[in-house]
Design a protein around this ligand. Structure first.
Ligand SMILES: C[S@@+](CC[C@H](N)C(=O)[O-])C[C@H]1O[C@@H](n2cnc3c(N)ncnc32)[C@H](O)[C@@H]1O
Length: 216
């Protein structure tokens, strides 16, 4: 998929302002630099987040376009996020979903992003928000990640990336885990809820006890 088309797709869920921001964020470098995956070992010990980042081993699959705050709030509301949840944002960008959940609901969270500059920015934002003890930002390729401890997963990726990720989500996540996606569906997996917020669409699924063969 061309860079132009990717931006267009994300723009269907992103304001011109945020696209303007994109032009001066590390997203271009997402497509040019390369990375080394880090380990998630100790990811639940949120009091000491992994302090390091590595050079990026490969370009990201999706550029950084932030979810507007009103949409972040609605995504957390539809999933009924609470203090006992463990929220994973796959492709966490500047950390706003994980940090908002921790700040508003006391949720423990993990953000995974392939881009070291965004991982660093997300950690700094967690410090500023006073939630660094509850969250962790890990530099890793989401396709090589173990997010099986999640009770809530959030996504703002692209339709083909959601689809590629679907078997991994359904294999790793426990039945009952909630998944919320900004803007993009998950192929023929029908969402349980679809809502509109400020011109954006939010999709909500719950991992079933028995995964139908067509979704694996
Ligand atoms: C559209 S942004 C969403 C950021 C944030 N989740 C939000 O909603 O504001 C997508 C993010 O996914 C990251 N990303 C792209 N491909 C990735 C991959 N293979 N593994 C981990 N992160 C990835 C990008 O660096 C970017 O920060």
């Amino acid at each position: 998929m061309s860079f132009k088309k990717i931006l267009f797709l994300l723009a269907t869920g992103a304001s011109l302002t945020s696209l303007g921001i994109v032009g001066c964020t590390p997203q271009q470098r997402d497509f040019e630099a390369g990375t080394q995956p880090s380990t998630l070992t100790g990811q639940t010990e949120t009091s000491t987040p992994a302090p390091t980042t590595q050079p990026q081993e490969r370009p990201g699959d999706v550029p950084f376009v932030p979810t507007p705050q009103s949409v972040v709030d609605a995504m957390l509301e539809v999933a009924k996020v609470g203090k006992d949840d463990v929220l994973y944002d796959l492709g966490s960008g500047d950390g706003r979903i994980v940090n908002t959940a921790a700040q508003k609901y006391g949720t423990r969270g993990v953000g995974i992003d392939i881009n070291p500059e965004l991982v660093q920015e997300a950690r700094e934002n967690a410090e500023k928000a006073g939630v660094a003890d509850r969250v962790q930002f890990v530099q890793q390729d989401l396709f090589k990640s173990d997010f099986s401890e999640a009770t809530v997963v959030t996504l703002y990726l692209l339709p083909d990336i959601n689809l590629k990720l679907r078997p991994q989500l359904l294999q790793q996540l426990k039945p009952g885990t909630r998944i919320v996606s900004h803007a993009f569906t998950m192929g023929d997996w029908e969402p349980e809820q679809t809502l509109q917020v400020d011109g954006r669409t939010i999709y909500y699924w719950v991992v079933p006890e028995e995964v139908p063969a067509n979704l694996r």
